[in-house]
Design a protein around this ligand. Structure first.
Ligand SMILES: O=P(O)(O)OC[C@H]1O[C@](O)(CO)[C@@H](O)[C@@H]1O
Ligand SMILES: [Mn+2]
Length: 389
């Protein structure tokens, strides 16, 4: 109880600093990333030459202060042993999973039925199924909890039946590039292994859509191994940690629905066999944009270079890919990536923040005229690809 009291008082101090636009203060508790964070803070400070020269909550880049807020929430917890590994968002992540049960059953059933006849599918049918699983994973990204302020945002309807209706809301669709990349790897069989890396976003329903996609990639032989990347600390409310990942696979396996539990058993086997590999890296919960990765986390960059394709899930990843800058809507994605190119990559993201690149001339303006909130509601999505150099 003493620890809880301490954590709560640190959290209310944080809320007060935020609400009254206090200066952003260095982190104090020693942790693996404390020094890197404080260096970044100094860097932000060096960019200022007005006022008292201190970055403040209302006057600093949103990407930076938003990441900082989640890092400070974590600091309040690690300063309060013995509850120092408590996940403040665990309950809402689990609730999202349980509330989406029916949808999850529908996905698992679809996958299991498909897998049984997958070798009989012709190229075109396989391509259609691949596109379906990608769209499922895309719209799964609507279900994060930070946009809804932690309120329930589970998936109650079966997503598979909605895919056709949602197609007009895909603003950039580079699906053909993904298909030709993976299907040519498979056809030519020049590579003994084909590796797809998925930079995960939210736990709960979205994670199920990602795992179902990853299962399809193996079952269809479009990939031979899938590597996942999650967060080392609770992040943006619903982001996946290793505990969420393992918890979800266990839950799916122990569910008393035949096809759902079959999925869980398959997934556990993939992990045991090393066909699915989960990675942790502290870089994902730093405030840096991805063009800084090769400098700040060269080991992670080198790991990503081993992939034939990298899928970046979600809005925050998109903001970090593009540096969260005020780009023109028509700037090419490649340019906005600012040199970040460990391997061919694709962003799978519903739009929740005011940034979008790579649109056709006039497309952004037209959307603004017809739907003023198109950038932030999660109603629209993209498959945006940056291919081999
Ligand atoms: O889970 P996602 O798709 O990264 O979405 C998180 C997004 O939600 C917000 O926290 C609020 O809109 C954004 O800052 C962030 O980009
Ligand atoms: Mn998220």
């Amino acid at each position: 109880m003493e620890a809880e009291k301490k954590a709560i008082s640190l959290l209310s101090k944080l809320r007060n600093e935020l609400q009254t636009d206090k200066p952003i203060v260095p982190l104090v508790e020693k942790f693996v990333d404390t020094d890197v964070w404080n260096q970044y803070l100094e860097y932000q400070q060096s960019l200022l030459n007005e006022g008292d020269g201190k970055p403040r909550w209302f006057h600093s880049p949103w990407l930076f202060v938003e990441c900082y807020m989640y890092r400070r929430i974590h600091e309040a917890i690690i300063q309060s042993p013995p509850i120092n590994d408590f996940d403040v968002f665990k309950e809402s992540k689990e609730q999202n999973f349980f509330e989406s049960q029916e949808s999850i059953i529908a996905l698992c059933t679809h996958l299991q039925e498909l897998v049984r006849t997958i070798d009989d599918l012709d190229e075109n049918q396989l391509k259609n199924e691949f596109f379906k699983f990608l769209q499922i994973s895309l719209w799964g990204n609507k279900c994060d909890l930070s946009l809804s302020g932690g309120e329930s945002s589970s998936q109650k309807m079966s997503i598979i039946n909605s895919l056709e209706d949602l197609k007009p809301f895909i603003l950039v669709n580079d699906f053909e590039h993904l298909w030709s990349l993976l299907s040519s790897c498979k056809r030519t069989r020049e590579k003994a292994s084909v590796r797809v890396d998925i930079i995960l976003d939210n736990a709960g329903f979205e994670l199920v859509t990602d795992l179902v996609l990853a299962d399809f990639l193996l079952s269809s032989k479009l990939a031979t191994e899938v590597h996942f990347y999650g967060k080392t600390i609770p992040w943006f409310v619903s982001d996946t940690t290793v505990h969420d990942f393992n918890w979800l696979v266990r839950q799916v396996k122990h569910c008393n629905h035949k096809w759902m539990s079959r999925c869980g058993a398959d997934w556990e086997r993939y992990i045991e066999m090393g066909r699915w590999v989960y990675h942790d890296h502290v870089f994902w919960t730093l405030p840096h944009e991805y063009s800084a990765m090769s400098q700040v986390a060269p080991d992670l960059y080198a790991e990503l270079q081993k992939a034939h394709l990298i899928l970046f899930k979600g809005d925050l990843n998109y903001r970090k890919l593009t540096g969260d800058r005020k780009w023109e809507f028509t700037i090419p994605f490649h340019q906005a990536l600012n040199g970040f190119h460990p391997a061919p990559l694709c962003s799978i993201r519903t739009l929740k923040a005011e940034i979008q690149v790579g649109l056709q001339p006039g497309q952004g303006e037209q959307l603004s005229a017809t739907d003023p909130h198109w950038l932030t509601t999660g109603k629209y999505g993209v498959f945006q690809f940056d291919g081999p150099l």
